[in-house]
Design a protein around this ligand. Sequence first.
Ligand SMILES: [Zn+2]
Length: 305
Amino acid sequence: MRPTVTVVGSHPIDYDPGLKDRLLERLRRRSAYAPAIREAVRDQLEAGVELISDGQVRGDMIEIFASYIPGLTAEGEPAVIGRVEPPRSSPVVLDYREAVRAADGRAEVKAILTGPVTLAHSLKVETDLYPSNDHPSLLKDLARALAVEARRLREAGAEVLQVDEPILSTGAVRVGEVARYVNRVLRAFRGGTRVLHVCGRVVDVYEELEGRIKADVLDHEFAGHPENLEAVAAGSRPVGVGVVRSDEDRVERVREAVRLLERAREELGERIEFVDPDCGLRRLPRRVAREKLRVVRKARDRVFS
Ligand SMILES: [Zn+2]
């Protein structure tokens, strides 16, 4: 089977919803960000991405969730201001549905959640209910809220869920100590394909990720961190291989991405499940993001013809 071309998630489209947009969202008719989602979907389809995202146009990976999970706020610096509870309604489900509608059967849409560990560590604690932002009580409540979202996304029809936990490669936490919170979210996506995305240098944590995290696929960056290949090659889990950088504007030549993917194929063989950019593209100019996606598709086509 040849690997599927996908994205990590975010796409650079700025959109400020108007009053009407917000009202429709409040009535749960449609996402307030529908026009931006349609643009993000179009860019991905035109580039030949086969498993697309909604573009995560609602904000950055912390804002999206801090803005609506009860107990959190995204006003000013994202913070915990009360007891974290599962949300009653889910803007991310509306966004997912909008992307499915826009894709109209031309691509699959994957659901994406920021993991509880990364979310916790990015929040300021402004309540006495939690002692600190790395306290197990906060991690547990966030995992519970995000597990509800994972379940709703599955019920909305998503076949693939990606949980983003960039914090796991930074050394700020021990994978073994927080794995249960990540697993709780992954487990809630019953019967679907569960992906864990961890960007950065994973050389020191890869073995633990495989050992402790219950994901079907581990997705990492290899263009920005080619040294990841050796560590990942020592494992056995299916892999998502990032082949273009998401942190610089220069668009890679197709042959650069091909060379990287060929090396990955030599080392990982059948384990390559996805080919994608290293991380989300939201910080790049839109034209650059589109071109990078085309490079990913061309590289996959050439290496797996
Ligand atoms: Zn990333």
